[in-house]
Design a binder for this molecule. Sequence first.
Ligand code: ZN
Length: 250
Amino acid sequence: MLNFASDFLCIFKELKKVLDFMFPQTCIICGKLSKDYICEVCEKRFNKYKENGIIDNKKMIMDKLNIHNINLKQNYYLVEGQKIYWEKMIYCFNYKSIVRKYILQYKFFGKVYLSRFFSYQILKNPKINQIFKNYDIIIPVPMDKIKKAKRGYNQAELITNIISKSGLIKSDNTILEKAKKSKTQSTLKKEERKNNVENAYVVKQTYKVKNRKIIIFDDIYTTGATVNEISKKLKIAGATEVMVLVIAKD
Ligand SMILES: [Zn+2]
């Protein structure tokens, strides 16, 4: 039995060598031969804009008021006069240069394979890995059905599906729905963006949200109007904590 196992391993290793020779690994970004699926040169180009930024509203409010270990009864935080419904936000990159270029390619130019690259960037981040263990569900920002059918995919959903397969946290695409057709946020000014998304999202399965710690995933954070509106709906549905995770912050 042991012989059989070691023979099998040997054959497998040989087979992998042959396959690597026939189908060499190439960099997902530049297409050149690479040991990993992003080459060192491209990795360096992205690393320049790597941020690992965390914004913690709860901590900020606590520090400001110089209070600790109290339960904030309201479900929002007043930050610069605005009601913010999420506790924390984490972003992997600054939305600049090569990062911006590839997010736009991924989102608007059908380069679906980049979902693997961005998921990889998230999953290999130890800080985010730790955070995943402390939350119950990850939810992608939904698209309205017509828009999704036109694009053929929801860029946020593809990434949360890959994250879910890692086993670190489960994703659920059925909890939240885009109920109202709205204009594309990037075409609007800050105040218009807020009005545009107001009541645009509905929590379909409240029981999955109640007393849960939830992560909302989106590709880019600009004014934050969309994720704030979703956080509000999740808090009303009974979520105890909401965290926002994005690839890049503008
Ligand atoms: Zn490369």
